[in-house]
Design a protein around this ligand. Sequence first.
Ligand code: GCU
Length: 703
Amino acid sequence: AAETGIDAWLRYARVPNYESLQDAVPGRIVALNSSSASPVYTASQELVMGFAGILGKEVEVIDSASNMRPYGSDIDSGLLVVGTVAQFAEASVDVGLEDELVNDGYHIRISGSDAHIIGANARGALHGAFNYLNALAQGNVPSESYTSNPDAPIRWVNHWDNLQDGGTHGSVERGYGGESIFYWNGSVREDLSRVPQYARLLASVGINAAIVNNVNANESMVEPRIVKGLQRIADLMRPYGVQIGMALNFATPELLGVLDTFDPLNRSVIDFWQERTDMIYQHVPDLAGFLIKASSEGQPGPLTYNRTLADGANLFAKAVRPYGGITMFRAFVYDYTTLNQTGNWKDDRANAAVEFFDGLDGSFDDNVVIQTQDYLNSDSVLVQPIDFQVREPVSPLFARLQNTASAVELQITQEYLGQQDHVFYFADLWKSILDFDLRVDGEESLVKDIVAGRRFNQPLGGYAAVSGIGLNQTWLGSHLAMSNLYLYGQMAWNPSVSSAGVIEDWTRLTFGFNQDVIDTVREISLESWPTYENYTGNLGIQTLTDILNAHYGPNPASQDGNPWGQWTRADADSIGMDRTIDNGTGFAGQYPPEVAQIYDNIETTPDDLLLWFHHVPYTYELNSGETVIQHFYNAHYAGSTNAQTFPTRWQALQGKMDEQQWSETLHKFVYQAGHSIVWRDAINDFYYNLSGIPDKLGRVGHH
Ligand code: GCU
């Protein structure tokens, strides 16, 4: 039981109807591959484990293609064949799928008790096997053929794991699930046993690469002794079809003392990076590429030398090009040293990304992907303009980069969103970003279509998410939080999945078939975003956590006068960032005209983003008819009241699921219920003290 949670949604637990399913699945498996490093081989091993666990059925693996019968020719005990399109062709089975499958996609062909799992490539075959097992583990044997292709080619996780971080060894920046599974004390860990377990989880939901170190990168990452360790990590992930990639520190040549410059146009700097890249690819020939955070938060970058962001990104793009690698360049670019903390009404960190990228679209190499954070939650092209807050508008940069590939950066780890001590299921928040229509040139321009490359005809693009997992047995520090890793993979594969459907599947796979458990997890998960938003920051004012350091707990006083540019401009009479075009910071004008018009006009700005775009008196009346201040009071009571129902609702599940997972989760809910009251009163009292306006219902300012 100490290990409860390690297998997460891949427990392969016996299903209630297992007896009736045993004969409906094939009794023998052929893996069209003999190499144990191949994901096809991994697929066959998973199928064996899955059939044994889920159905109590022992199956044989026949690893030689010569044992194959023509498709559908025999129906006695059923044969499951797994392989790639090319391997099926070699085995003289014409699958006729060349046009239907895209990279990493798969086709599952069912005929009687025979099944063929046909991957576009080896990784696709493994995805197909996991998909088949996902159905089985929920009590269903696929009975009809189907094809599944990923929506976008890039489906990566990012790790903010520190190789070395001052005195903290093996720490994970903004991670709440324990120490790094990759590093310890400035080196790659000797014991990497969690790495394949993790890669297995990633592969099962279609994730194809992992950046294995923090974007605030340590220069030693490119030293040969570390690269040898990365090779060990890559070797452990490769059988799962998960490539690794690295984050690099832009100033590495100087920090390592090799050169006295890191100017991206300097010949010796270019040579330095090419040599290191060549060395890295010798150890990890299938490295996915590099992730670069540069000229951001006071860090070095091309702007240090008055070079453009494109000069910076292309330096790395050229180095990895011979190897087919990709450079992900983060749009999280801003310079807090120039942000005026008090005076200038027009200063706005949110403007930075678009301003810095201005005029550069088209000058990036075609293997550069700009990673934009969305909602304080993204990393490739920043999806959100500020930083993973409880609600932000979509980054306008997505509309601007039409000749450059872009990816959205999300955060699975709940940095500003309760750090895994408050329940937060991201589905509806992420959908609100991905389904947003930016109306470029007056035409439908959904973020999910832009990052998939469809809208602007880009061959690259997709998704990145900051994972945050660590050595904790639950990976993320909370059992329920793992639904977000599962969700992320499902959404990057198909952004149109249903929020409720995904959480129900995940619950069945993780906690079992009890309908009360499934209903309660679904209901609480779907309530989690509005609940948390209600008792933290409303109306687009941002999360109101302490933003100076911990990013945890209420600290509305820290929202102004800070150097990070996350401001609310709250005073005794009024609140909100004026981001209008004429009177404010002009941010609203960075959107295409139709969207700009909506946000620039206070009447048409949705209530939930009002204070993101406008500065108004506390007595301003919302579309809902409430005043801003009364909305704050009411929402904080509503959110906290709902959070206080979570422990009771969870208590009713005792005995209906794993006891340890139940009690550890109950503990979290009891804590959250109490902390929601702290939040409620801290925020309400703060704005009552500031504004002097009493709560109409008499709850605030009277205790
Ligand atoms: C946030 C986070 C930092 C992180 C930064 C980034 O500001 O708090 O820890 O380094 O985002 O995304 O680069």
